[in-house]
Design a protein around this ligand. Structure first.
Ligand code: NAI
Length: 495
């Protein structure tokens, strides 16, 4: 007999143990343990309590790296202090770059759309590593803080390729890219460009893009118009929860965090401390995430059998107390019993999930890399320095700042071309109605770009920075470049 696939498993905190017990019992009864062995790992509040600010033991990290698969319940994040969310840490550390969630109408779950007879069946693919979730934040001045929003071409490519491959596998023929490229032309613009590039490899799939605010309205008005939506991290986070609301809440939303090497399958709701220990929590989200895990390792038949039993159970009105449905609610354990009793049964009133002929278990644990892999998308770009932005912490007026800066850059290769505050130009032109704060962007560009572009490296800008730093407090320095002749920086609002 083939060796079993080993999966790191952590029930998590709060209701975690109750819902994980229920899921593992259902898996056991459905025959999952013939192919799979779960290896418990230590994560969560107990680890935070030992003073480890990651909330994960070294052994747990090593086990997940060795096995390449983690099935986890919800985990509490300490509020305040140094502790960061374990969920975010794990996804980012292990390169689980795509978050896949499936939002589907479930029988017996009463929603606005179920009552209107509108079926919802949407996949959201959220980029999981980059964007503001880099958490790169600084206090820039007395009154201004900043969060850097990093979007990389390889990061976009990973998530878009995953979205199209998943759509192809699931038979989904329409994929939308949600974005805000009308405002963030470079970051969201890159995300959208790489979506279009990835789409070229899947001509059988229709694509469309939609601005994220319009998407939110459309999802509420006509969710049936969407099958799969791929989004940057923060927008994807918000749209995921909106989509969860369409199908009855977070309790019904499974989530998989997929990477090339390591993948994490988790419940999306939290630890529900208000009901922990009472045996009434709903295990559906963790169970559906577990079904994503089973499908990920080829247990496609068993996953469909369990899913049909879950649908039949809900259809029969067996549900936990958080679900708006008919009949008396049951506890976590009785709900799991209901599913186990119905293994092999299909829902009557709605289409059952097709059950493949057999399972084809297959998973190769990752081979530990020796170094951090550098990912590249654009190999041959030529970049030319054309100036720099210097960010200054000062309370003087834009006009006074311009006069002093112009004196500083006299006799250098660069001239002052623009000053902005909070992204809006306030010099050389602007409106006195534009309110400013103590954090200016001062833009220097080559005096003679016709002759000098491509001739200067970064050092002249660093010398200029030194001169500015003698007179002003610098909060940031940013080179300005053209990449293959294309401007690699945005204009100020009003420039
Ligand atoms: P929560 O999701 O734990 O609870 C919100 C509400 O939903 C509560 O009324 C709770 O009883 C209910 N609820 C959640 N899951 C349920 C389930 N399976 N069955 C029945 N009712 C359920 O969110 P909250 O209260 O904001 O966070 C509590 C803790 O969980 C925090 O420490 C937070 O950091 C953590 N958290 C962890 C997540 C994860 O591990 N993926 C995700 C979200 C929060």
């Amino acid at each position: 007999m083939a060796e079993k696939i080993r999966i790191a498993m952590c029930p998590g905190d709060g209701i975690g143990t109750e819902i994980m017990d229920a899921c593992l019992r259902i898996f056991g009864e459905a025959g999952v343990n013939e192919h799979v062995e779960f290896e418990p790992v230590e994560m969560g509040e107990r680890v935070f309590a030992t003073g480890d600010s990651r909330g994960v033991t070294d052994e747990a990290m090593a086990t997940v790296e060795r096995l390449g698969l983690l099935y986890k319940g919800p985990m509490g994040t300490p509020i305040g202090g140094g502790g960061k969310s374990i969920n975010v840490t794990l996804r980012k550390t292990f390169g689980a770059f795509a978050n896949l969630r499936h939002f589907q109408s479930l029988p017996g779950v009463d929603t606005v759309f179920s009552r209107a007879g509108v079926p919802v069946d949407i996949y959201v693919v959220r980029e999981n590593v980059e964007d503001t979730y880099g958490g790169v934040e600084h206090r820039k001045s007395n009154d201004v803080v900043e969060c850097k929003r990093l979007i990389s071409a390889p990061g976009c490519d990973q998530v878009h390729r995953f979205a199209f491959m998943t759509a192809a596998k699931l038979g989904i023929d329409l994929v939308h890219c949600g974005h805000k490229a009308n405002i963030m032309k470079m970051t969201d613009g890159l995300f959208l460009d790489r979506f279009r590039a990835a789409a070229n490899d899947h001509p059988q799939i229709q694509t469309a893009d939609v601005i994220v605010d319009a998407l939110c309205m459309n999802l509420v008005l006509k969710p049936q118009a969407y099958r799969m939506i791929v989004l940057p991290n923060l927008q994807g986070d918000i749209v995921s929860d909106l989509a969860a609301g369409l199908v009855g809440g977070l309790g019904f939303a499974p989530s998989a965090n997929i990477g090339d090497k390591i993948s994490i399958f988790e419940a999306v709701h939290g630890t529900a401390p208000d009901i922990a220990g009472r045996g009434i929590a709903n295990p559906t989200s963790l169970l559906l995430s577990g079904l994503m895990l089973l499908r990920h390792i080829g247990l496609v038949r068993t996953a469909s059998v369990i899913e049909n039993a879950l649908l039949a159970t809900l259809e029969d009105g067996v549900h936990t107390g958080d679900v708006r449905g008919e009949g008396e609610p049951v506890g976590t354990s009785a709900f799991a019993d209901g599913i186990i009793e119905r293994l092999g049964r299909n829902p009557a009133g709605q289409e059952a999930r097709p059950v493949p002929d057999r399972d084809e278990p297959s998973f190769t644990p990752p081979v530990r890399p020796h170094v951090n892999e550098l990912m590249r998308t654009f190999e041959t770009t030529k970049s030319d320095v054309c100036g720099c932005d210097v960010y200054i912490d000062t309370q003087i007026t834009p006009l006074e700042l311009a006069q002093r800066i112009e004196r500083i850059c006299e006799g250098t290769l660069f001239k002052l071309t623009m000053i902005s505050s909070r992204g809006t130009q306030v010099w050389p032109s602007g409106s006195p109605y534009t309110e400013v704060v103590d954090y200016y962007r001062v833009r220097f560009e080559l005096r003679n770009p016709e002759t000098m572009l491509g001739q200067v490296g970064q050092m002249p800008t660093v010398h200029l920075l030194n001169k500015v730093a003698e007179k002003f407090e610098i909060t940031e320095f940013q080179l300005l470049k053209y990449f293959d002749g294309v401007r690699g920086f945005s204009l100020a609002q009003g420039q």
